[in-house]
Design a protein around this ligand. Structure first.
Ligand code: GLC
Ligand code: CA
Length: 515
């Protein structure tokens, strides 16, 4: 496997949901020009990389994760030229940008799918996973059936309007199931590489890959899918060695051997990420009834299994989960960010999380969002109309805003040194100033006991070692620690005291200490 692109070593990502970031032409929906306009905001926060959610032509039945043309920017966001300009403007600022690649499925409106629905054999007949009779459904996959002249049922990959592209089956059990090295699956993979080639050629810096673990079917251990991504890795090493790849897989022990540089720990899969932020009693809640032990255990296992080669990224949230501020509040949000920004792997901040944007309750589903819609509301920039997101009349906004009178906004928080945003900016600054805290530094957990607080770990690089202590709980706690903190780099919520091999930690506290 190739070494990570160097820029990942100190990358801090900002995830942008294009429809909700900034509207520049008053049609009520965000656009590329709006993102370009706000790059300085992102840079000022300290982020130096962007992940842009899907921005390709689509009927938007799943917010753009249902692509109808991989080669064309969605007109509502702008043109390919505008997107290229966004790449260029990122680069001018020393920033990088990842697009969202959706390799597992397309929209039913994609021309490949329309061709594959035809009764007569053609170039796209094997582009998707079809059974060979309308009366047979692909088991356990869900399907589209009865809308094509073709006699067969087409497997779906997510919603029932997202037909599954055919990369083959690891184990073939039915006559219509094709092995990975059959012509159809091979052609699909080449088509995917062409798409990647196109956007990398235009200047994007890599991809966040949607449902990366889902490609090869009947592959419970992921062996086929790993092999497939290794093939992609070879192609990238040859043609685009600087391209960065991050997977939505949630199993670094598979994605990293597959050739991804980074994988997310997520709200699904075995990572215990939810234990920290999104469950009845999250570890980072002030109630102090949570547990970080299982998370740490799994984290260490994954590091071992992936031989510490790739990066595990812990996002503040994303467009699929509840806003962080739905379950964590006040100073605890700052403590959560002290964790997110002091862990190895590249941090990912979901737009608006830096100001504590809230989950908007009670919204009707928009573009296949369902319960996710409340986490996708327009960015709140300032105190002007529509919080500075758009000049459209309020009822023309493609998705409703947080209408609460005290909704947070970026401008106010930039002018307040005690705001969450100022804290996040401070924390990114500290991360940037200390290699030990960055992406590749070592981590050793010092204290992570079942149902106990605090959480403490050592980060290190070369001869710099930093002890991180986090106590989200509303009560003073102490723990045994033979290390001697010598210099404080950062703290919020008071200070620790050390006595006789024990460290006492105040309630609702985060601190970083050189040892
Ligand atoms: C991923 C995306 C999600 C989408 C799904 C189907 O999980 O993050 O938003 O709905 O894949 O593409
Ligand atoms: Ca617009």
């Amino acid at each position: 496997m190739s070494r990570n692109p160097e820029w990942l070593d100190n990358a801090v990502f900002y995830e942008i949901y294009p429809q909700s970031f900034k509207d520049t032409n008053g049609d009520g929906i965000g656009d590329f020009k709006g993102i370009t306009e706000k790059l300085d905001y992102i840079k000022e926060l300290g982020c130096n990389a962007v992940w842009l959610n899907p921005c390709f032509e689509s009927p938007f039945g799943d917010a753009g994760y249902d692509v109808s043309d991989y080669y064309k920017a969605a007109p509502r966001y702008g043109t390919n030229e505008d997107l290229k300009q966004l790449f260029d403007e990122c680069h001018k600022r020393g920033m990088h940008i990842l697009l969202d690649l959706v390799p597992g499925h397309t929209s039913v409106e994609h021309k490949w799918f329309k061709e594959s629905m035809k009764a007569g054999k053609n170039e796209f007949t094997d582009r998707y996973v079809w059974t060979d009779s309308i009366w047979e459904e692909p088991q356990g996959m869900g399907c589209i059936r009865g809308i094509s002249d073709r006699d067969g049922s087409c497997a779906v990959n997510f919603f029932s309007h997202q037909p599954a592209l055919n990369y083959g089956f690891y184990k073939c059990e039915r006559p219509w199931q094709q092995p990975m090295d059959a012509e159809g699956p091979k052609a699909t993979l080449e088509a995917l590489k062409d798409v990647m080639r196109f956007w990398l050629g235009l200047g994007c810096d890599g991809f966040r890959v949607d449902m990366a673990g889902s490609l090869v079917k009947n592959d419970p251990e992921g062996k086929g899918t790993i092999k497939l991504w290794q093939n992609v890795r070879e192609f990238l090493d040859k043609e685009f060695p600087k391209a960065a790849m991050v997977s939505e897989w949630g199993e670094p022990d598979k994605s990293i051997p597959g050739g991804f540089h980074m994988d997310f720990l997520l709200h699904f899969g075995p990572s215990h990420y939810n234990d920290l932020f999104r469950c009845d009693e999250p570890f980072f809640s002030h109630r102090g009834k949570g547990d970080a032990y299982e998370f740490v255990k799994r984290y260490n296992e994954c590091r071992e299994k992936s031989q510490n080669k790739g990066l595990m990224c812990i996002p503040s949230g994303n467009h699929d989960m509840d806003r962080l501020a739905r379950s964590i509040e006040g100073i605890n949000l700052k403590i959560a960010f002290a964790f997110l920004l002091s862990m190895p792997g590249a941090p990912f901040i979901y737009y608006g999380d830096e100001i504590g944007m809230r989950y908007v309750e009670g919204l009707d589903s928009v573009e296949g969002g369902y319960g996710r819609t409340g986490s996708r509301s327009p960015m709140q920039w300032d105190k002007t109309t529509n919080a500075g997101f758009s000049s459209a009349p309020r009822d023309r906004l493609y998705i409703k805003m947080d209408e609460s009178a005290d909704r947070p906004d970026a401008e106010s928080q930039m002018n307040d040194k005690d705001s969450l945003r100022s804290e996040v900016k401070r924390l990114i600054g500290i991360r940037n100033a200390h290699k030990a805290l960055q992406t590749r530094g070592e981590i050793n957990f010092v204290y992570a006991e079942k149902n106990e607080y605090p959480l403490a770990y050592l980060r290190g690089c070369d001869d710099e070692w930093i002890l991180v202590i986090l106590n989200p709980a509303d009560r003073e706690v102490n723990f045994e620690c033979r290390l001697t903190p010598v210099e404080k780099i950062y703290s919020i919520g008071g200070d620790i005291s050390c006595n006789d091999g024990r460290i006492t930690v105040p309630p609702r506290f985060a601190g970083f200490y050189e040892i």
